[in-house]
Design a protein. Structure first.
Ligand code: UDP
Length: 314
């Protein structure tokens, strides 16, 4: 049977792919976004679909809808954006979770939370398993997001225990692909745009810090599998476990673009995690999920996307 599904943050990078895939599976999708970082352009493929509805709404305020499932994906997620208005970031995480969990409780909807590898902070164990409790700064510049997302997870488990809400939590690691924002300050978008415009590639710190990058298609498949899997609340890590240093990434992107850019070093932001790599054994075992995209293939698609975007802006 077709479901009526709410996607908060549905005009965002990941949310828009979710809306699209859910519609393609025959569902009716209500997308709710305050357009703080979301963008209508991300929805061009579905905007006129009869099974799609777009609402401008900020989830820090309650909303009354009748739904079968909720994907709670509203929140600025790049460090530049979530640090721009830290109080609003916490409100989105915490008040947003309370409002969406309240909606799930009333409608008996299944609800999935977009959690994050940031809940592990600057991790002391490597790779990070779901059991790891994290090393998070309470009051640093990333805390609004890290602690906000941690509190949201706590709320999810408490609504499950106290009100028997059917909750699920995915912990999303660094994700990239077309529809990333040009100005979100993230490493993949920054490096690609810098390379395409032959500007200096800005490596923060010595570039020895690592990340593991998952292509958006793989990630969205993992989220949908988690939502469908019966009796599996998670939390589950979703990410690509192939790790790379930021300096290597800078070199790789410069080479792929064939750019004349020079790599330069800039100051490392406060509390920037030194290493990040997901342990995805749980997702593999329970969901049969394993990212398919090699980094080179995903980067190629992302470079093409930004190249076209820059071309259109000329
Ligand atoms: N970074 C960088 N240059 C940039 C943007 C980011 O060297 O122009 C680094 C950043 O300091 C971090 C890593 O790349 O170590 C990933 O940053 P991003 O903001 O993409 O996400 P994070 O994983 O830190 O949330």
């Amino acid at each position: 049977m077709n479901k009526r599904i709410l996607v908060t943050g549905g005009a965002g990078f990941i949310g828009s792919y979710l809306c699209e895939k859910l519609i393609n599976k025959g569902n009716y999708v209500i997308c709710c976004d305050n357009f703080y970082t979301g963008n209508k352009d991300n929805l061009v493929n579905i905007l006129n679909d009869k099974n799609f509805e777009l609402i401008r709404h900020d989830i820090t305020f309650p909303i009354y809808l009748e739904v079968d499932e909720i994907f709670n994906f509203a929140c600025p997620a790049s460090p530049v954006h979530y640090q721009n208005d830290p109080v609003q970031t916490i409100k989105t995480c915490v008040h947003g979770a309370i409002n969406m969990l309240g909606l799930a409780k009333r409608t008996k909807a299944k609800i999935i939370q977009a959690s994050t590898s940031e809940i592990y902070g600057d991790p002391e164990i490597h790779p990070q398993t779901e059991q790891y409790k994290g090393a998070v700064s309470i009051n640093g510049p990333r805390a609004c997001y890290d602690e906000g997302k941690r509190c949201a997870e706590t709320l999810f488990w408490d609504y499950k225990r106290q009100h028997d809400v059917n909750v699920k939590v995915v912990r999303i690691f660094n994700t990239y692909g077309p529809r990333m924002q040009k100005n979100d300050g993230r490493v993949v978008s920054n490096f690609i745009i810098q390379a395409l415009t032959n500007k200096n590639i800005t490596v923060y710190g010595d570039g020895k810090q690592t990340r593991s990058f998952c292509y958006v298609d793989d990630l969205v498949d993992g989220i949908l599998l988690t939502m469908e899997k019966k009796d599996f609340p998670g939390p589950v890590n979703l990410g690509n476990p192939v790790e790379i240093s930021i300096m290597q990434l800078a070199e790789e992107i410069t080479e792929m673009v064939g750019s004349k850019s020079k790599i330069i070093n800039k100051e490392l932001p406060i509390d920037d995690p030194k290493q990040r790599c997901p342990d995805i054994e749980l997702a593999k075992k329970t969901l049969g999920w394993n990212p398919k995209f090699q980094r080179k293939d995903g980067l190629k698609k992302t470079i093409e996307y930004f190249d076209k975007l820059l071309e259109e802006e000329k």
